[in-house]
Design a protein around this ligand. Structure first.
Ligand code: ATP
Ligand code: MG
Length: 577
């Protein structure tokens, strides 16, 4: 049992001005965290209790899935990152520095290199595989925009696991086990989540799922099918290819006609000026990439998905060309580019194929072309899925309608294949004595972000409503008058007995008004509160209140321990995997 009077849980009524999201505000107000520098925090006792509970659930499920816990250093020598090629590729998120002997180091933002180095030294034979190693450790990423408290910090706790298998089949099985462990972990935390197909990004690899906690404040847009289980990150979500337009529609159409469109650049402006549907405009965007410049065509109704373009090209980076580059390549300011006569690589989204006769930029300021027939007036080198899905699009699996929602990425599982074992030469000898590359997977969970996501999903106007499995305390005990000796003695006895039964109790023994104690218990999200009020106490009663439902129950003091224990038990069961 913890006594609030001596406990560092400094609550605040005021809403901190620099906190934009609920979880950040409430973690500050509930005295869980304090900022040290941008994206860098102190965890106060109650905040740390929550993080430790998140860790414990993760640990139990990782162990259950057969993973072994290790601990790697935060400080990593540059050589390993140079070997994998990420020293150059990772960019400014990687915090680099030198030691006194001028050797280069970085603070690990993720640990594929370190773990692969360990395994290549220790694992020589197929008999040692499969192997899954994990750690729960501080990561550092010099994020451009650290924000939302623990949600996007620069120093943050992460669970990262890495699997090593002899072949793809084994790797698929390791991935499946981690996927299942993640489902159990987030269920045990009482979170409503979805596993969505995702792009593999800077970590690389072949296949990945993000675990998203559904919340309106989430930074990620998720697409999911109304009918089947298909769900994907917007960056990754596939679009059905539409039927190609019937060429008969274009047979009697004359050559492209130049029309003057002074000052009309956007799809909306051009389509209403020309009196045509935005879907018949062929939008042309110019990108710069490490594989050269490309123009990407898409129906005016849709947006280009840069990640799909980047993946199609196999590029490391992509960006929309700057104004002067657009002028140099197309001869016109941006807003007037079009594929007809354009001398550069042309890629087209499938949606362009559905346009029989369209309009597009004339590569000339204040002019567009009408009566443009794809295939006749220009031919892209390829048609591919290059656009962002739109609400109501057909599901690529079952043709049901796709819907958008927002989510917070709390976990990420990757099939890495041999990306790291190849660059770092992590091999093993198979049964025939042949050298083979180890097949890897990696699996992350943000500990602090998960706690923050739980608050985003579980709060009300009065504060946090923790799922009991990750609450800092399971029960608050509030004696309303600390001067009333008999009442205080009874509250303490009940607290001690509950602790003796393995229930985590915060006894609010502060010399504060009852209103303040109630408000703080609500703010800190303690699932149950037992109130020892003077009037009830005189009649031999105390009151139990449920933080989530607000329901109260008057119970004889003699029965209160059993009653609270039963209520805690019921709440724990709600968080069963
Ligand atoms: P994001 O797209 O949000 O930057 P990421 O794809 O970079 O995330 P991973 O590299 O997959 O993240 O890291 C694994 C997990 O670590 C994430 O799922 C998330 O829960 C957590 N995480 C990543 N970056 C941060 C951060 N800056 N602060 C807190 N947690 C983070
Ligand atoms: Mg990131």
């Amino acid at each position: 049992m913890i006594r609030y009077s001596g406990y560092l849980m400094p609550t605040a009524k005021e809403t901190p001005s620099d906190a934009e999201v609920v979880s950040h505000r409430l973690m500050l107000r509930a005295g869980m965290i304090r900022k040290v520098a941008s994206g860098i925090y102190n965890y106060l006792p109650a905040g740390l209790r929550v993080l430790r509970k998140v860790e414990r659930i993760i640990r139990e499920e990782m162990d259950r899935a057969g993973a072994q816990e290790v601990l790697m250093p935060a400080v990593v020598p540059a050589e390993l990152w140079k070997e994998s090629g990420r020293w150059e590729a990772y960019g400014k998120e990687l915090l680099r520095f030198r030691d006194r002997a001028d050797r280069e180091f970085c603070l690990g933002p993720t640990h594929e290199e370190v773990i692969t180095d360990l395994v290549r030294r220790e694992v020589r034979s197929y008999r040692r595989l499969p192997l899954n190693l994990y750690q729960i450790q501080d990561k550092f990423r010099d994020e451009i925009r650290p924000r939302f408290g623990l949600m996007r910090g620069r120093e943050f706790l992460m669970k990262d696991a890495y699997s090593f298998d002899a072949d793809e089949e084994g790797a698929a099985e390791s991935y499946r086990k981690m996927y299942e462990a993640y489902c159990r972990i987030f269920r045990r935390m009482g979170l409503s989540f979805r596993a969505v197909e995702a792009d593999t990004g800077a970590i690389g690899g072949t296949f990945s799922h993000e675990f998203m906690v559904i919340a309106d404040s989430g930074e990620d847009a998720i697409v999911s099918c109304e009918r089947c289980a298909y769900a994907a990150n917007v960056e990754k979500a596939e679009c059905e290819a539409p039927d190609a337009a019937n060429p008969a529609f274009a047979i009697s159409v004359g050559p492209p006609r130049r029309v003057s469109t002074p000052g009309k650049r956007t799809i909306g402006e051009v389509s209403s000026f020309l009196g045509i549907d935005p879907g018949s405009l062929i939008k042309t965007l110019v990108f710069e990439t490490d594989k050269g410049d490309v123009a990407v065509l898409v129906s005016g109704r849709y947006e280009v998905n840069e990640i799909k373009v980047k993946n199609l090209l196999g590029a490391d980076w992509i960006r929309l060309a700057a104004e002067d580059r657009v002028r140099a390549l197309t001869g016109a300011p941006s807003g007037y580019a079009g594929p007809v006569g354009l001398k550069m690589r042309l890629l087209a989204d499938h949606s362009v194929r559905a346009i029989a006769v369209g309009a597009t930029g004339a590569n000339e300021k204040d002019a567009h072309l009408a009566d443009v027939v794809p295939g006749r007036d220009f031919s892209p080198e390829t048609f591919a899925d290059l656009r962002l899905v739109a609400e109501g699009d057909g599901c690529p699996r079952c043709r049901g309608a796709l819907r958008f929602s927002r989510g917070i990425e709390v976990g990420h599982v990757f099939r890495l294949g041999t990306k790291y074992s190849k660059t770092l030469s992590a091999t093993y000898l198979d049964a025939g004595g042949k050298d083979r590359l180890i097949v890897m997977g990696c699996y992350g969970i943000g500990v602090g972000r998960t706690a923050a996501a739980a608050i985003e999903q579980h709060h009300d106007a009065d504060g946090i409503i923790w799922p009991i499995s990750i609450a800092p305390f399971e029960t608050a005990i509030v004696p309303v008058n600390m001067k009333h000796e008999g009442l205080v003695r009874e509250a303490e006895r009940v607290g001690e007995e509950l602790s003796g039964r393995g229930i985590e109790v915060l006894l609010d023994d502060r010399e504060e008004r009852p209103g303040i104690k109630f408000k703080d218990a609500d703010l800190c999200g303690i699932p149950l509160r037992v109130t020892f009020g003077e009037k009830n106490f005189a009649e031999g009663f105390a009151e139990i209140r449920d933080r989530k439902t607000g329901e109260t129950e008057r119970v004889e003091v003699t029965r209160i321990v059993d009653r609270v224990a039963a209520a805690v038990e019921a709440k724990r069961r709600e968080c069963a995997p």
